[in-house]
Design a protein around this ligand. Structure first.
Ligand SMILES: *Cc1c(COP(=O)(O)O)cnc(C)c1O
Length: 404
């Protein structure tokens, strides 16, 4: 029993628990022939918009499409710059490039691993010039228009949205929240004097329903939420070949719709989200107690935010050693993410180099994601903690010795 493997993520248990309801979705689709669009899609979109405290939800094929369609509906394209962080999954910047724009990075802050607002402000104020007549912010070195900001709510904690929205208003920029890891996360907005939900604060918020996300489909899916009627209408056209009415194409769009079967499945699983999120939060609190004196640097949540713990990420000096030691006793781990985007081979041509984003680079060297999923049990976490302590407290001891 004590050496039963502990997976990094369990994608079987929640689906087996919901098997009857999930199978009923499939049966409904095959007996009605409703595979694309229809009540299962609109039903889920309504429910998810409500969950996010947003006016509209537009279901699409993936989180990447959710980001890309939001930029396109916002009029961002070739010749534009979108500012984001290098500490994220590459889909964030793929979506920027694929709408025709160019990603530019600013570093993250150490405490939350989200966008450093001071760095964002420094970039906007010192590297760009605001042209009041055209209400455009121009990147001084290249003459490109800075059109948007993508804060990434990494690991399930929202970025510092109030000052980001203030800067966006000052410089007339579109904000698209990358909320792909943050379904249901919240932030107390001092400007609005109320709690706000991830995805509903920016002009649009993009979500992924990749199976491993907090809300996951049984396949690929995503959605964008927005309070803006025009953006919602634009994204609905873009996801469906640029048509409002069948075969009347106002623009050239994409095949980027959300499948009815996936929407039905997501609707079933959405009802479990309050419970699953609470279980993740309880598990994070338990790790915090168990690992308090472990020597590992634990994740921190800023005041006025509630995290939904997509990942539980600790930092240690010998990250590879810790992963090896945990792996040796059957404990699954991950790294999110090992290579900062500005140092990826794909982005060699961007002109960045090592040292450009020191916080991101340091974090990337030290992070390990421990097992985290709603069904994770207390005794499994206790075992993880024992093994982490054994390794970290052993300090310079070689990984092999610490593992036993
Ligand atoms: C998962 C993820 C995406 C992309 O979602 P897909 O559904 O895989 O396209 C984008 N950004 C972040 C931060 C993610 O974690």
């Amino acid at each position: 029993m004590s050496n039963t493997p502990i997976p990094f993520l369990d994608l079987v248990t929640p689906h087996v628990e919901l098997q009857a309801e999930l199978t009923a979705v499939f049966q409904k689709a095959i007996t009605t022939g409703g595979f694309i669009g229809g009540p299962m899609v609109t039903g889920f979109e309504e429910a998810f918009a409500k969950y996010c405290d947003a006016k509209h939800c537009v279901g699409v094929g993936s989180g990447t499409d959710a980001l890309r369609f939001a930029f396109m509906a916002g009029g961002i394209g070739a010749g534009d710059i979108i500012v984001t962080v290098p500490h994220t999954f590459i889909a964030t910047t793929e979506a920027i490039s694929q709408c025709g724009a160019r990603p530019v990075f600013v570093d993250i802050e150490e405490k939350t691993c989200t966008m450093d607002v001071a760095k964002l402000q420094a970039f906007l104020e010192t590297k760009c010039e605001y042209q009041a007549e055209s209400r455009q912010l121009i990147h001084t070195a290249t003459g490109e228009r800075v059109a948007g900001i993508v804060p990434v709510h990494i690991y399930g904690q929202m970025a510092d949205m109030d000052p980001i929205m203030e800067l966006a208003e000052r410089f007339n920029l579109m904000v698209v929240e990358d909320a792909c890891q943050a379904h249901g996360a919240t932030y107390f907005s001092k400007r609005d004097n109320r709690w706000r939900t991830a995805g509903s604060m920016g002009h649009a918020g993009a979500f992924s329903f990749y199976p491993g996300k907090n809300l996951g489909a049984c396949g690929e899916a995503g959605a964008t939420v927005t309070n803006d009627d025009k953006l919602a209408a634009g994204m609905k056209m873009i996801r469906d070949h640029g048509q409002k009415q069948k075969y009347y194409h106002s623009i050239e769009g994409y095949n980027g719709r959300l499948d009815a079967i996936q929407a039905g499945i997501l609707g079933v699983k959405l009802e479990k989200m309050p419970e699953w999120t609470k279980q993740r939060q309880d598990a994070a609190a338990r790790y915090e107690t168990l690992l308090a004196d472990s020597g590992a640097r634990l994740p921190q949540v800023a005041e006025g935010r509630t995290a939904v713990w997509h990942l539980y990420v600790v930092r240690v000096a010998d990250r590879d050693g810790l992963m090896k030691a945990l792996g040796a006793v059957g404990i699954g781990t991950g790294i999110h993410y090992p290579i900062p985007l500005h140092l990826q081979e794909a982005y060699k041509g961007m002109g960045y180099q090592e040292g450009d984003f020191p916080v991101t680079e340091r974090v990337a060297r030290e992070i390990v994601s421990l097992p985290m999923f709603p069904q994770l049990r207390a005794e499994q976490q206790e075992r993880v903690a024992v093994e982490v302590k054994k390794f970290v407290l052993a300090g310079a001891a070689p990984a092999a010795a610490a593992a036993n």
